[in-house]
Ligand binder design. Sequence first.
Ligand code: IPM
Ligand code: MG
Length: 383
Amino acid sequence: MLTKFTIAALAGDGIGPEVMREAIKVLRAIEKKFSLTVQITEAPVGWAGIDAAGKALPDATLAVCKQADAILFGSVGLPDRDPTIPKEERPERAALLRIRKEFGLYANLRPVQLPKALAHACPLRPERQGDGIDILVVRELTGGMYFGQPKKTEDYFHEEPQADEGATVIMKRAQRATDTMVYTTPEIERIAHVAFKAASLRRKKVTSIDKANVLENGVLWRDVVTRVARAYPNVTLEHMFVDNAAMQLVLKPTQFDVLLCENMFGDILSDEAAALAGSLGMLPSASLGKVSGELTFGFYEPAGGTAPDIAGKNLANPIAQILSVALMLRYSFGLNDAASSIEAAVAKAIGSGLRTGDIFSPHDTGAKKVGTREMGDAIAAAI
Ligand code: IPM
Ligand code: MG
């Protein structure tokens, strides 16, 4: 088994740098415990990239990523910064979406778990939480409306409705925005395989999300997923319209095991699911692409954003970033014990009552509010 790794660490903006610091702290503890050699190269991205090199994804940063065995990512995008920068050059598109496309990271895995100890942080009543929530969102990440062409905003003229018939027609200048939702059979097949494989190692149920009652994409999605399912006779497949899924998630989240979603639906439902698990600050994510036929090149990031309102105040929850390190060890390096060791350390810190503000509740007896750094220290110490 390989024990030497090179990692690109791209902290980015907002809370990115402070949660990345804690994740690296935990990774260093793992390195020691499991006798690994991890070389970490930090590089600027997002607004930090624009400030350092004039681009959200500086060439030097991309080069660091290409040489790495995996990319550990923080978060990018500050909505209030410089509205004059063209949208194509803003960090969300020029860094995050570009990396997803550049490295072919089509499989996004977002494991949502509500630990018993965090029942207070879940917005649902206890009887709806059942024995705990445990959902894996498998989100297609390089297709659909995010990338479909044409994608543009253009001027057009529309006829202003007139009060009386026969009045002079007035043409008014307006704008029209187009996004294109497009999926091909192979794109749907490959993400469906990821979902079925994941489900066969879990509770063996895939709920495939679509809007087949309205969208052409939905009809194709449903057909292809149904066909792929035949190769996995031990996994149950269920189809669900996305609007119903949004409702079912709050009514009975325990019915779900693996949620298979196209890009946009997965974006929306994974935020909703994360809220059920206490906080977006708890949700890690792995975005995987193929290297010599295996789905092992990965980009690991918290699913939440930059949270500029709390950035730099030692308030952010570092757990999503720390759990992203666990996903990296598991999916890119096959180090299951090291990954489990991080997950156990997180469970221990939470079990001992430590809470960042987002998961703190005054009704939670024994809970103690701590900062980003204290949470990171406790988890690193528990490794
Ligand atoms: C996510 C984020 C991104 C997305 C944004 C920041 C572009 O919301 O990873 O879920 O929409 O994919
Ligand atoms: Mg999102």
